[in-house]
Structures are given as C-alpha cells and as structure tokens.
Design a protein. Structure first.
Length: 329
C-alpha cells in the first residue's frame, strides 16, 4: 500500500510516498481502507518533532479519517467489514490503509460523504467539548472566535450559534472574515497579520464585542493575539486555550483577577481517552447536527495522496479555509 511517510524531522517536502506492507490489526483494532484524511494543524508540527506526541519513524501523519472497514483484529466484533466509518488515530491517516482502535471508529451515516465525515471528528469534536464542557457556553452569551475561518474556528462559530450565542468572528483577512459570516457569525472583524500593537488590537476586540465584553473567547491562534483578546473578556468570562500557531503566549495573571475570569485549557484527545462515553454521545450529536444542516463542515481544498505535502503547506502557510482534505480514491 502507499503511505506518505515522515522519515526524518522536517517540513512537508521531507515526506516520502513509500510502498509499505499492508498492516494487520491486533486485538481491539481494525483495518480501514482510508478514503479521506482531513489535515489538522498538529500534522504540520508532528513531522517537525514540534508536537507534544512524537511517533517513532517512519510514520505517516494524519489523525482524522473516513473510510471502509476492511479487516477486524482478534476479538473485535464490529463495526462489521464493509461499514463506512469515521475514526481518529494518533497518526497514520495519510496512507491507503490505517489501523485504528475499534472503539475509536463511528459508523458514518449514508447521507454524509467521506470528505465531510473526515472533517467532523477532531475539529467539531474539539469545539463541542471546549464550548459545552469547558466554557459551559449559555444562550445569549457573547462568544469571540479567533482564527475564525480555520478548521476548529468555523466549527466554533457554527456550534456557538447552535448553542444560542452571539458570535463575533476574528480573522486575518477580509476573505476569511467573509467565510466566517457565511458560516453564521453575527459579526466579523479583520485583525492584522502580525499582532505587534497590543493596545490597538485590544481596542479592536473590545469594540467588536461591545460594552459587556466577550463571555467566552475561543483562541486557536495564541501568540501576541492572546493577551489583547483576554483584555476584551467580560466579568466572569471563560478563555479557551485551544492552540498556538502564532506561538505560546505568556499571560499576566493579574488580568484574571481584574476580570474575575477563568483561563480554561482544552485537550480534546485526552478528553476522548478519559471520558469515552461522553465523547461518543457528543459524536452522535455532531452527526445528527450535520445531517440536519445545523453544522456544515467546509472542505475548501482537496489533494490526492501523492500531493499530500501541499495539503500540509496550505495550513502551515496560514492559507487554509475550513478543512483541507487528502483523498485516496
Ligand atoms: N486543544 C485541542 O484539543 C486541539 C484540538 C484540535 C486542534 N487544536 C489546535 O488548534 C489550532 C488550530 O488548528 P486547525 O487544525 O483548525 O488549524 P487551521 O485550520 O490552520 O487554523 C489555524 C488558524 O490560526 C491562525 N494563524 C495565526 N498565525 C498562524 C500561523 N503562523 N500559521 C498558521 N495559522 C496561523 C490562522 O487564522 P488567521 O489567519 O485568521 O489568524 C488559521 O486559520 C492548532 O494549534 C491545533 O493544534 C487543538
């Protein structure tokens, strides 16, 4: 089978398309014929040894897939061979076959394509867990979403609206702001591509959120955007720490005292391991929401496996809108 593999630390151009033996599933596992693998920002980091998880090389990046069950490991009773499923795995998605834990596979309803299915689990799963469990977002509250046209950003807009919030989107270009509006944001602002003037940026966020400030801030960007955003939080607000494409920020803790606010870490992968029943219920709810149109994963770019490096470059180059997907058909 073909697999796009990281053989040495480096950027997307270091990935090699290799012919490797078809893997056999062990106990608790199954083998999928991968049809689509959605790219997430961590895929750009893990191949450079810059992510918290460092798989032994060679490995294929990619941890969010949709495909068809092809073989079951010893003792595994389902999903049955032939079932269309979505799955998450630590890595290995950029390949024609993937070994996944059976417990991490969910049947994909007929009405949803492989591309949409592959784009649902990590992105919408993270935003659902963040907004519902960590922020306890309530109807009528104001939600500020940074990086709002990215993968988790669009998911946060749509889920925030579905939960009844007023959603203010923020992104680095007018095109991205337009996408955020199209996905339901009540308003969208454009911030500069480099957050050098913290005071001006804080004023921009405060102005967009209005007098009370943002009850919840969803931050998948970090860097110099984080502190100006926190300065726009409401009394009793919740600041969601999602990710750091712009760098890991340092926050003056006196702000939390002055605002009476909470800074909440979000680690979806660990949540899935620690609270599997709750996670499974959330995935079922996301599939229902997708089928009835309350959420609409946006697949803006598709690449065949042999051009998988280009898919990763789209994210690392800050060019991705919604989801970028690699297809194996
Ligand atoms: N905590 C968790 O459990 C969890 C789960 C999934 C993902 N994440 C994290 O969430 C973040 C976003 O992931 P994603 O898959 O949604 O990525 P994405 O689609 O590439 O979105 C990231 C956004 O960050 C902004 N950005 C700012 N500086 C950037 C830079 N130097 N390079 C690239 N983007 C930059 C971009 O928006 P603007 O151009 O509009 O600023 C971009 O749309 C990542 O850090 C990822 O690790 C965390």
């Amino acid at each position: 089978m073909r697999s796009l593999m990281s053989v040495a630390p480096g950027g997307p151009d270091t990935l090699q398309l290799l012919d490797v033996p078809v893997p056999e599933p062990g106990p608790g596992e199954l083998r999928l014929a991968v049809r689509a693998c959605a790219i997430n920002y961590p895929d750009t980091l893990v191949i450079e040894d810059k992510y918290q998880i460092r798989p032994p090389r060679p490995f294929a990046p990619g941890h969010e897939v949709a495909g068809v069950v092809e073989a079951l490991g010893p003792g595994v009773t389902g999903p049955a061979v032939g079932t269309r499923v979505i799955a998450s795995a630590p890595h290995g998605g950029l390949a024609e076959k993937l070994i996944a834990r059976a417990a991490h596979c969910t049947p994909l309803p007929d009405g949803l394509s492989f591309e949409v299915g592959a784009s649902l689990l990590v992105t919408y799963g993270t935003s659902y867990h963040a907004l519902a469990d960590r922020a306890r977002l309530r109807a009528g509250e104001t939600l500020l979403v940074l990086g709002a046209a990215g993968g988790v950003g669009i998911a946060a807009i749509e889920l925030g609206k579905a939960m009844g919030a007023r959603v203010i989107a923020a992104a680095s270009t007018e095109d991205k702001a337009a996408v955020a509006r199209a996905h339901g944001a009540d308003a969208a602002i454009v911030y500069p591509p480099a957050a050098t003037d913290g005071k001006a940026l804080a004023a921009l966020f405060k102005d967009a959120c209005g007098k009370g400030g943002a009850d919840v801030i969803y931050d998948p960007v970090g860097g110099d955007y984080a502190e100006p955003a926190l300065r726009a939080i409401a009394w009793g607000g919740r600041y969601l720490v999602i990710g750091f494409p712009a760098g890991i920020p340092r926050i003056p803790l006196n702000l939390t005292l002055l605002k009476g606010c909470d800074i909440c870490g979000v680690f979806w992968g660990s949540f899935v391991e620690r609270e599997p029943d709750k996670h499974r219920a959330q995935v079922q709810e996301l599939l229902r929401m997708c089928l009835d149109g309350r959420i609409r994963p946006e697949v803006s770019a598709r690449f065949p496996l042999e051009q998988g490096a280009e898919a990763l470059k789209t994210l690392s180059g800050r060019k991705a809108i919604g989801k970028v997907v690699v297809t194996m058909e």
